[in-house]
Design a protein around this ligand. Structure first.
Ligand code: G
Ligand code: G
Ligand code: NA
Ligand code: MN
Length: 253
C-alpha cells in the first residue's frame, strides 16, 4: 500500500535511478551497448525491485511518465559515454502497455532532439508476450519507430508463443533469446537445439540475435560456435550504477 501511495511521487522526490548492463558483440568481443534498468530507492522500504512496482505503474498509467523519465536520463548518460565509446548503443525497456499510446513516438522524437541522442543508437525492447497481446497497435508504433531510425528488439524471446513467421512481418531488428534457454544449453541438448534454431532462423530473416543471461565461459563458447551475434549476462557484468559501468567500460575495452 505504501508502494502504491508513494509511486506517483518517486520521480519528483528523486528516488529513481538507473543501472546499466553491458551487451557484448561476440565477433569482436567489444561492448556494443548497454541496457538500462530502473531502480527505486525508497527512504523507508529501501530498494524496491522493478518486478514489484512496474506492474503497479502499468495499472495506474504512470508507466508512461516513468518510461519518458528513464529514456531522457539514459540518453543523457549514454551520450556522455559516447564521447569515449562512440559505438555504444542504449537499450530501454518499453512496457507493452505503451504500445497503444499513440503519443509515444512524438515524445521519443522530442527526447532524442533535446538530448542530441542519435536514433540509430537507441534500441527499444518489447517483450515477446507483450507484443503478441498488442499485435495490431504494436505493429503501428514499431513501424513509426523504425521510420525515425530507432531499433526494436524482442525481449525474452522464446517464451511468448509467437512464431518467427510473425516476427518476420514486424519491423524488428533484434531477438533477445530468453535466459531460461541459455541456462540449460550446456547440459540440456534440447535447450541447445532451441537456441541454435532461433539463431539460424533469425539470421535467415536478417535479424540480429542476442543471448540473455550468459553466466559461464562454457555457455559463451557454445554461443560463439552457434554464431550468436551478441550476449549479455553476469559472465560479463551484472547491471551497474553509472559510475561503475563507466569504469567497467574503461577496463573492458
Ligand atoms: O534488473 P532487474 O531485476 O531489475 O529487472 C527486472 C525486470 O524489470 C526486467 O524484466 C526488466 O525488463 C524490468 N525493468 C527494469 N527496468 C525497466 C524499465 O525502465 N521499464 C520497464 N518497463 N521495465 C523495466
Ligand atoms: O526481462 P529483462 O531481460 O529486461 O530482465 C533483465 C533481468 O535479468 C534483470 O533482473 C537482470 O538482473 C537479470 N539478469 C541479467 N543478466 C543475468 C544473468 O546472467 N543471470 C541471471 N540469472 N539474471 C540476469
Ligand atoms: Na529487457
Ligand atoms: Mn529479457
Amino acid at each position: 500500500a505504501v508502494i502504491k501511495r508513494d509511486l506517483p511521487f518517486a520521480i519528483m522526490r528523486e528516488q529513481f535511478y538507473l543501472c546499466y548492463q553491458p551487451k557484448i558483440e561476440l565477433g569482436s568481443g567489444s561492448a556494443m551497448g548497454v541496457e538500462t534498468l530502473l531502480r527505486w530507492r525508497h527512504p523507508k522500504l529501501g530498494e524496491i525491485p522493478p518486478l514489484e512496482f512496474i506492474p503497479l505503474a502499468e495499472k495506474s498509467g504512470f508507466i508512461f511518465e516513468i518510461t519518458l523519465w528513464v529514456l531522457e536520463q539514459a540518453c543523457r548518460q549514454v551520450k556522455e559515454w559516447q564521447v569515449h565509446f562512440p559505438q555504444l548503443k542504449l537499450a530501454v525497456n518499453l512496457s507493452p502497455f505503451l504500445l497503444n499510446r499513440k503519443e509515444l513516438v512524438g515524445h521519443v522524437i522530442y527526447i532524442l532532439n533535446e538530448t542530441g541522442f542519435a536514433p540509430e543508437h537507441l534500441i527499444l525492447e518489447v517483450t515477446e508476450s507483450g507484443l503478441m497481446e498488442n499485435i495490431e497497435t504494436g505493429r503501428h508504433i514499431l513501424t513509426e519507430l523504425k521510420n525515425i531510425g530507432v531499433q526494436v528488439a524482442i525481449d525474452d524471446f522464446g517464451t511468448g508463443f509467437s512464431s518467427l513467421a510473425y516476427i518476420r512481418n514486424l519491423p524488428v531488428s533484434m531477438l533477445k533469446i530468453d535466459r531460461s534457454f541459455i541456462q540449460g544449453i550446456v547440459e540440456n541438448s534440447k535447450d541447445a537445439t532451441i537456441v541454435d534454431t532461433i539463431i539460424h532462423l533469425a539470421k535467415s530473416l536478417d535479424i540480429q540475435v542476442l543471448a540473455e543471461g550468459v553466466e559461464t565461459n562454457h555457455q559463451l563458447s557454445l554461443l560463439q560456435q552457434m554464431h550468436c551475434d551478441f550476449a549479455q549476462g553476469f559472465y560479463f557484468s551484472k547491471s551497474l550504477e553509472a559510475e561503475k559501468l563507466k569504469q567497467w567500460l574503461e577496463q573492458y575495452n
